[in-house]
Design a protein around this ligand. Structure first.
Ligand SMILES: Nc1ncnc2c1ncn2[C@@H]1O[C@H](COP(=O)(O)OP(=O)(O)OP(=O)(O)O)[C@@H](O)[C@H]1O
Ligand SMILES: [Mg+2]
Length: 583
């Protein structure tokens, strides 16, 4: 009934769980005193004789005890709830921090492990439900065991048989829940996968709404979404039915057990084996045995929904991290890729025996047909994909360090990658640019905007408000803003992966000049389908099907008349044809 794998998220909560269970136990003892005092009060009232002043005094004391313990009960419940809230806050913080930490460490590669929509569901609702496991279910489980034995100790002093019947029927409840566990987990798992499936479909449709509208596919997508939602409804109903049925069975056990205890107490009173006080006490206390167990059953079901979500969260958190070493990156180093092989987890594609020398400072290009592996290599160089040791090295005259031995946080300080789809955050242009360099002055920001030829297009300059994903700027403007941000980052290595693909011809000219300028004192790895942009590269790597098939400068490659020449020629012909038509 306790999931050991979840203990690692307990953190500081153990002490709050103990606090909650202890307060619960104090509340129980307080309840027992109330019941004792109330029973004695009833018995006293039956034998009450006004003439005896002792009786009156005793009655007053008992009334005070009953009211006093009732007030105390209120405070103990509050203390229990406070401890429970502390557990919830601690666990939520702990888990969300772990998830964010993991996403940050995995970078874009987190999408290989979990879909974004599922991540949102788990980090939001999943954790909300998991809080019930830690905040309600765990304390209640321990409290139930403690209360059963405490109440047993009270009743056993009145009658051993009654105490045993009550204890056994009480303990039958957690045993029954344990027996249910496998089925509950199966139903919960199906419920979560169906929920995740609706989430994925919904997010995908929302993100691609414009495309769906253009191709008039929105109705069909709506139909698919409806089918998935119906499937989710069925799984939810199955889950609720299972919960209600098991709560029903638990009610039978609880009321049956309490009734058996009460009947046995009344018969024992009739037979004279227990006195009136004992009989009334058992009648009042029998219900107490089962109240915590009934609550445990309710908590069990909501907690198990969270536990199933936690299985996925734990799986994600436990995905092996990138190896992070403790070495520094050598100054002014070349990047050497040696005999690198790489295969994606969920794809047939692989990079085979890649060897590259990315010399410090200068313009190096990677070209090749779509899908040949250019971006995969750039992601490896940028440290976004996990690779084995012995494949990528940072090397200068004095030392040679394996990439996997370097402190991971140093890689983003060394390499800036600019792609065609860099992200624009909601906020001002200034806020977006400061991500590149938080210490940059307004002058530096304006200079960067000027370089990428966008300043004139921002109505309020640095204070221009941008919407999430750059939805209020054009694709080309967004790309130029991302370039400006990258320029501000000022790292020794830059990767431009189709970074100018959305940009108009005039802006592209300006940006290519900026990139050429950058390559004078930095290493620029330039990936582009437009081969005209790279004819000045000191080395061009030509790729095909995950392999490097040629390398050299533009003239050498053209002379060899290999794949590069074919691609170059094809592009030249296309452009001639286009310009011919335009003329
Ligand atoms: N995250 C991923 N998971 C699985 N397979 C992937 C992933 N990313 C890319 N691939 C596969 O790897 C192959 C190479 O992709 P890559 O993005 O490196 O190509 P590319 O040369 O950059 O192409 P393009 O010029 O179109 O950008 C593709 O066939 C693609 O299917
Ligand atoms: Mg690519």
């Amino acid at each position: 009934m306790i999931d050991k794998s979840l203990n690692e998220f307990l953190g500081n909560t153990k002490k709050f769980i103990i606090e909650s269970v202890f307060n619960g136990w104090l509340k129980l003892v307080n309840n027992i005193i109330t019941t004792f005092a109330f029973t004695m009060l009833l018995v006293q009232l039956m034998d009450y004789t006004p003439e005896q002043s002792g009786d009156k005094q005793r009655l007053i004391v008992l009334v005070f005890v009953v009211f006093g313990t009732l007030v105390l009960r209120h405070y103990l419940i509050k203390a229990m709830n406070d401890a429970s809230s502390k557990i919830v806050c601690e666990v939520k913080l702990n888990l969300r921090a772990k998830i964010i930490d993991k996403i940050t460490r995995r970078g874009m590669a987190y999408k290989d492990d979990i879909a974004t929509s599922e991540m949102l569901q788990l980090a939001g609702e999943g954790i909300e439900q998991l809080e019930n496991y830690y905040g309600k279910y765990l304390p209640q489980l321990f409290y139930c065991l403690l209360s059963s034995f405490t109440l047993f100790a009270v009743v056993v002093s009145i009658n051993v048989k009654i105490a045993l019947v009550l204890l056994i029927t009480t303990l039958a409840i957690p045993l029954f829940l344990t027996a249910l566990l496998r089925m509950v987990r199966k139903v919960q798992r199906n419920y979560w996968s169906s929920y995740a499936s609706v989430g994925k479909e919904f997010l995908d449709s929302l993100q691609g709404m414009t495309t769906l509208k253009i191709f008039m596919y929105d109705e069909q997508k709506g139909q698919i979404l409806e089918e998935k939602t119906e499937d989710f409804r069925k799984h939810t109903m199955k889950l609720l039915a299972m919960q209600l049925n098991s709560i029903g069975i638990i009610d039978w056990i609880a009321y049956g057990g309490a009734a058996a205890g009460i009947i046995m107490a009344l018969r024992a009173y009739q037979a004279g084996t227990i006195n009136l006080f004992g009989a009334i006490l058992v009648v009042l206390i029998a219900g107490e045995f089962f109240v915590p167990m009934k609550q445990l059953t309710a908590f069990f079901h909501i907690a198990m929904t969270g536990v199933t979500a936690a299985e996925k969260i734990t799986k994600f958190i436990n995905v092996p991290d990138y190896k992070s070493g403790d070495k520094e990156v050598p100054e002014n180093c070349d990047i050497k890729i040696e005999n690198l092989n790489y295969t994606y987890k969920n794809s047939e594609f692989s990079l085979n025996d890649i060897n590259m020398e990315l010399e410090n400072k200068g313009h190096i290009a990677i070209v090749g047909p779509s899908g040949c592996g250019k971006s995969t290599i750039s992601n490896i160089i940028a440290g976004e994909l996990v690779i084995e040791a012995g494949n990528v090295f940072y090397q200068n005259d004095k030392e040679r360090v394996d990439m996997t031995d370097v402190k991971r946080q140093l890689i983003p300080e060394m390499i800036t990658k600019v792609t065609h789809n860099g992200y624009i955050f909601k906020g001002t242009v200034r806020e977006n640019l400061l991500l590149g360099n938080e210490k940059a002055s307004d002058e530096m920001l304006l200079e960067a905007l000027e370089k990428v030829n966008i300043l004139g297009e921002l109505p309020e300059g640095l204070d221009t408000e941008l919407l999430s994903g750059g939805s209020n700027v054009s694709g080309g403007q967004g790309q130029r803003l991302c370039l400006a941000r990258a320029i501000l980052h000022d790292t020794p290595v830059y990767i431009f992966d189709e970074a100018t693909s959305n940009i108009d011809v005039e802006s592209e000219e300006i940006i290519l000049k900026v990139i050429e300028e950058i390559s004078k004192d930095k290493t620029v790895i330039y990936i582009s389908h437009r081969l005209k942009n790279i004819d000045y590269s000191k080395c061009i790597y030509v790729m095909e099907n995950g392999k490097i098939v040629d390398k050299g400068n533009h003239n050498e490659l053209v002379e060899r008349k290999g794949l590069y020449y074919k691609l170059f020629k094809k592009q030249e012909d296309l452009e001639k044809y286009r310009f011919g038509r335009e003329a």
